[in-house]
Ligand binder design. Structure first.
Ligand code: COA
Length: 353
């Protein structure tokens, strides 16, 4: 049975670097609070008009070039995002069109912060079943569409306006625990079939449990409503995600540790044998806690949340791309990927690079 290996990667980081101090122009927050609670120092925002598919296509093109794979070799495209350009269709076809690819099979999946792991499982299953030989997997998000700011708040954030009104300040504060964490980005990997049994995806453990879905979700703009969006939802702020941060923090640490231990144990791999652990970047404190409980050494765990914030489906391929380009991943290296996100969806994937 063929195995799947990552043969190249790419990323797309938008141009606007936003510091914590810039956010404190429009809401009651500080650089010290954000860094201490989450580890985030900066995040990148797209210019208005740039879409998730734009970032995804750019990252995908870079990944294909990095892998020296022609776009017409791709026989499956998987797009993971919770912030697609349109309600429908999904971004798969938009990326295929932007890259000028021939028609391919494609999946549009969500699974939020666990999206990339679900996408990798889908890619691996297709490769093992002989249904695909070259898979393009894209994790991409533009979170700035969720940001609840008025035009004046945006101008103030960028230093183009003096200050926000009292009402704008209050409104922005309502979402301060959420918006400070997120940034925009795209990242992609090219997965290829190999007969080399020492390499490839070894095992994936994926789980979904909707019991606590309302601890992290978007209450408005869905088909529970008729029409699915209206001005009243917008005025209530129902288009912005609701997040119970403490609850999500506890669930993330519990599930990420559990999934990691289970997938390692059932494959006879000890945490200390892993070359790298690529954890979803939602909060540096979540990852430091997980690393400690798993008994990992500092150099095994990569972080880049300081620079990018939480980029949802893009975090793990972004970490992969940076590690690969820094020469930190060699063929055959045992690597664990682990993520937890809204849904709730979580999982852990063990592979040999
Ligand atoms: N700046 C300043 N103060 C803030 C703030 C901000 N951006 N956001 C919230 N606060 C305040 C709260 O209002 C609260 O004030 P109070 O004590 O006067 O009531 C205080 O800080 C503590 O809030 P709390 O929510 O308990 O903080 P926390 O330590 O749990 O950190 C998160 C908040 C959101 C950073 C943290 O809970 C978290 O990261 N959770 C997981 C989120 C996540 O992973 N989401 C994505 C899942 S994929």
């Amino acid at each position: 049975m063929p195995r799947s290996i990552i043969v190249g990667s790419g990323k797309s980081i938008p141009p606007i670097c936003v510091t914590n101090d810039m956010l404190s122009r429009v809401m009651d927050t500080t650089d010290a609070w954000i860094q201490e609670r989450s580890g985030v120092q900066t995040r990148y925002y797209v210019e208005k008009g740039t879409s998730t598919a734009d970032l995804g296509a750019q990252a995908a093109a870079e990944a294909l070039a990095n892998a020296s794979v022609d776009k017409d070799e791709v026989d499956l495209l998987i797009s993971a995002t919770m912030t697609p350009d349109h309600y429908f269709p999904g971004n798969g076809g938009l990326i295929q069109k932007r890259l000028g690819m021939k028609p391919v099979a494609s999946f549009d999946i969500r699974q939020q912060c666990a999206g990339f792991l679900y996408a990798m499982q889908l890619a691996d299953a297709h490769v093992r079943a002989g249904l695909a030989k070259t898979v393009l997997v894209v994790g991409h998000e533009v979170h700035t569409g969720f940001m609840p700011y008025s035009e004046n708040s945006w101008a103030c954030l960028y230093g183009q306006s003096e200050k926000v009104t009292e009402a704008e300040w209050e409104w922005n504060n309502r979402f301060r625990h959420l918006v400070v964490l997120f940034g925009d980005a795209g990242a992609a990997v090219v997965v290829k079939a190999t007969d080399d049994e020492r390499r490839g995806v070894v095992d994936s453990l994926l789980r979904t449990d909707g019991t606590d879905f309302d601890k992290l979700y978007v209450p408005g703009t869905g088909f529970r409503h008729r029409p699915y969006t209206d001005p009243a939802q917008f005025e209530r702020g129902d288009h912005v995600p609701v997040m119970d941060g403490r609850h999500v923090f506890k669930m993330a640490t519990t599930r990420m540790i559990e999934a990691s231990q289970q997938v390692l144990a059932r494959n006879g791999v000890k945490p200390e044998e892993l070359k790298l652990v690529l954890m979803h970047q939602a909060n540096k404190r979540i990852n430091e806690y997980c690393a400690k409980q798993l008994g990992l050494r500092e150099e095994q765990v990569l972080h880049n949340i300081e620079r990018y914030g939480n980029t949802t489906a893009a975090t793990i391929p972004l970490l992969w791309d940076e590690a690969a380009r820094a020469g930190r991943i060699a063929p055959g290296d045992p690597i664990l990927m682990v993520a937890f996100g809204a849904g709730m969806n979580w999982g852990a994937t063990l592979l040999r690079a």
